[in-house]
Design a protein around this ligand. Structure first.
Ligand code: URA
Length: 364
């Protein structure tokens, strides 16, 4: 099941929102209802923060009370017409991102006419509304819940339940990829691997994870044990994951190149091309809701493969930005992150990395 975002203006519809929230929680579970964007850090781009919050929902409910379009601020200006009004920014973002937007009329409100709305909300008036009345609240909410369920993509990419059967099946599929990797004698790194008695490192974690991390290539510790991110970069990664309440078991960790490169040099074009089909198979098995790339190699590979407008962007511009994309199995997001090793060279980057990791909370 996917996620539901409730957009509302406190003075206008608060009495109804609380009641609606309680009903929706009973039906969908508390983690799937998103109501208030958490505090926005000083210096953060709040428009971007709201866009990111909207990006992770499947259904967007816009609560419309009797004063929704007309409420004014202290200077007599209509709030809905102000560029920085959160209600407006969230709805405009949901429309722009082509979310399933349901206007929910409360307190006998009517749908606004287009001339009452700013340009970026014009498309809103064409969305079919549902009314919630105090007298028939339970019955009306049932109707709304049916509409929400119909609107949820059957294959919403955010998975909420641990399905052990699926996990087992996916673990077997990943094992088959690993077997092919072990036998990949045509790999440009095969001779180096076997001469040094190294293991290839396919990956580790929950085979049905919502969050997939793709790093660069295993280092010396990793190839001695055949496990990703167990050296110093792995310590940083663990710390970052813990800062948002994630465990290794919640995610899947892999690399864009699955063998160690000599002296840990950057992977070259031939190596990247060789391991790309392995990477594609891993993604298609796990089917994550978000792929967090660690470092520029994984980022460049994915943005180019998905042919995204950002494909020529630099990591210094794109880190921490949630980018929408489509995989054959459904919609996903890509989150470029700096490689955890940057923190080992420049401690000041730790805060940046930690802030960027916060974006993953939307997928937990
Ligand atoms: N360990 C990994 O597994 N990948 C990296 O990119 C770095 C260290």
């Amino acid at each position: 099941m996917g996620r539901i975002f409730i957009n509302y203006r406190r003075q206008d519809s608060e009495g109804y929102v609380g009641r609606l929230y309680d009903h929706l929680v009973q039906q969908f579970g508390v983690d799937d209802i998103f109501m208030d964007v958490d505090s926005i850090a000083p210096g953060a781009d709040f428009v971007q923060v709201l866009e990111d919050a909207v990006a992770s929902c499947d259904v967007f409910l816009a609560m419309i009370g009797p004063q929704w379009a007309t409420i004014e601020d202290g200077n007599g200006e209509r709030r809905l017409h102000q560029w920085n009004d959160f209600v407006r920014l969230e709805i405009a973002s949901a429309l722009k991102q082509q979310k399933w937007v349901i206007p929910v009329l409360v307190g006998q409100a009517q749908m606004p006419s287009p001339d009452m709305l700013p340009d970026d909300l014009q498309a809103f008036v064409r969305r079919n509304a549902i009314e919630l009345s105090h007298q028939r609240f339970g019955h009306d909410v049932e109707k709304l819940i049916r509409a929400i369920k119909e609107a949820m993509p059957a294959n919403s990419s955010i998975k909420t339940r641990m399905d052990t059967e699926t996990q087992r099946l996916k673990a077997d599929q990943l094992k088959a990829v690993r077997d092919d990797l072990v036998r990949a004698t045509d790999s440009p790194l095969y001779a180096y691997r076997t001469e040094n008695r190294y293991f290839p490192v396919l990956g580790e974690g929950n085979p049905d994870a919502n969050i997939l991390f793709i790093g660069e290539a295993p280092g010396s510790r990793e190839v001695e044990q055949g496990r990703p991110f167990i050296g110093p970069s792995g310590d940083v990664l663990d710390e970052m994951m813990q800062s948002i309440g994630l465990d290794r078991d919640d995610v899947y960790l892999t690399n864009i190149v699955l063998d160690r490169t000599p002296d840990n040099r950057s992977p070259n074009r031939e190596e990247l091309a060789f391991y790309a089909p392995f990477q594609d198979r891993i993604v298609d098995i796990i089917r994550p809701a978000v792929i967090a790339t660690l470092g520029r190699f994984a980022m460049e590979y994915l943005l180019k493969k998905l042919d995204l407008p950002e494909k020529r962007g630099k990591i210094s511009q794109l880190h921490g930005k949630l980018i929408q994309a489509t995989m054959p199995y459904g919609p996903i997001h890509v989150l470029p992150l700096y490689h955890p090793a940057v923190v080992l060279y420049s401690a000041s980057q730790k805060d940046t990395l930690r802030r960027d990791f916060e974006k993953l909370k939307l997928f937990i």
